[in-house]
Design a protein around this ligand. Structure first.
Ligand code: SAH
Ligand code: SF4
Length: 368
């Protein structure tokens, strides 16, 4: 996958899986194992200058420098929230994307973006408001981990978990995202275990099936947000194409392909007065009865210009208790990083495109 700012025609090796690099080494008449050495230099030691990769032959180093490049994305700014959450604003052409680091005990969870904007238009989401600009390349996705790891290793820490929950719908950028997740898990790169790499999707059934078919082993999180199709059609428009029953069936199939822990996370944003009523909790529990899952309730994080609000504490507690009463494992997520707009769904970066909603508003004469 080429980086946006790579010299034209040069492969950016930062985003290449070890298998891809092994093919390159073979094409060049080199032993395959040198791919592992390359991956280690770039991702474990953080060295992107081929000239400094001293245990590779000089001729290979020269060939790499001539034909390829290794480039990390450029950081525009780093913002620090009062609760320890940090947000990296990263340049992607003339737009900005975001990666968010959430420290919690010994965990260092990085929330990674997969697209510039998002085209799926969920009615509550800041990223969705911007429309879609483009897919990120695999080097731009793994580059987010690369950048944050470099900062953390200076203080003796490392990225321990990755959640593909930043900007964009990861399953609509399938190849680049699966390549980047491969590197996250590779022992020569970041060595993060399967359970600690999570992909969150709004519910693209064919792509969930494909994840299972290619033997991808990551934790799957489904953004459900409603117990019935009528409401979900409004909140998550992709539901009109892949309704809840089909989505839950595909999640079930996916967990059956997984070794070890076999559960899916159900994400459910609590939108005050919209999807947080006791009856809705009961219907949700009924729908999830046969699925090996845990439920993550996310109180809505406010987004300027959107008509939703967080639920009251009491409503959230009642909702949680009903689910628990039906035997479900439930967690209520504590909002973090809100003072730097780094909480779930607040990631907007800056997408320099006329977005769908802006265009629609312009057409109806609301903005000039
Ligand atoms: N596109 C993917 C991943 C990115 S969104 C998806 O939709 O799953 C990551 C999570 O943040 C999703 O569960 C999404 O529904 C949630 N989210 C979006 N806007 C939010 C908001 N304003 N408050 C809380 N969570 C939000
Ligand atoms: Fe896209 Fe996810 Fe936001 Fe929906 S919630 S608009 S799928 S980023």
């Amino acid at each position: 996958m080429l980086a946006s700012d790579s010299p034209p025609g040069r492969l950016n090796l930062l985003g290449c899986t070890q298998a891809r690099l092994a093919r390159l080494m073979q094409e060049w008449g080199q032993p395959k194992w040198r791919s592992g050495v390359l991956v280690q230099w770039m991702h474990q030691r953080g060295v992107l200058d081929f000239g400094q990769m001293t245990d590779l032959p000089k001729t290979l180093r020269a060939q790499l420098a001539e034909r390829c490049c290794a480039k990390a994305p450029q950081v525009e700014r780093v913002l620090n929230a009062s609760d320890g959450v940090r947000k990296w604003l990263i340049r992607a052409d003339d737009s900005l994307i975001e990666a968010v680091l959430i420290p919690e005990g010994s965990r260092r969870t990085l929330c990674v973006s997969s697209q510039v904007g998002c085209g799926l238009n969920c009615s509550f989401c800041a990223t969705g408001m911007q429309g879609f600009a483009r897919n990120l390349s695999s080097d731009e996705i793994i580059g987010q981990v690369w950048l944050v790891q470099r900062e953390l290793e200076r203080i003796g820490e490392r990225v321990s978990n990755v959640v593909m929950m930043g900007m964009g719908e990861p399953l609509l950028n399938f190849e680049a995202v699966t390549d980047a997740m491969d590197l996250m898990q590779s022992d020569h790169a970041y060595g993060i275990s399967k359970q600690r790499v999570t992909l969150s999707t709004s519910g693209l059934v064919p792509q969930i099936n494909r994840l299972g078919e290619i033997g991808c082993e990551v934790s799957l999180a489904l953004s459900l947000h409603a117990p019935d199709d009528e409401l979900r059609n409004q909140l998550v428009p992709i539901n009109r194409k892949y309704p809840i029953a089909e989505l839950l069936a595909s999640a079930h199939r996916y967990v059956r392909t997984q070794k070890g822990r076999r559960t899916v996370t159900i994400e459910y944003i609590l939108l005050g007065g919209v999807n947080d009523a006791p009856g809705q909790a009961e219907r949700l529990a009924a729908r999830l009865r046969d699925l090996p899952c845990k439920v993550n309730l996310i109180p809505y994080n406010a987004v300027d210009g959107l008509p939703y609000r967080a639920p009251g504490e009491r409503e959230a507690a009642v909702f949680q208790n009903i689910l628990r009463g039906q035997g479900l494992v439930v967690t209520l997520r504590r909002p973090r990083g809100a003072d730097i707009d780094a909480a779930c769904g607040q990631l907007a970066g800056s997408v320099r495109e006329i977005t769908r909603r802006q265009a629609r508003a312009a057409a109806s004469g609301r903005v000039s």
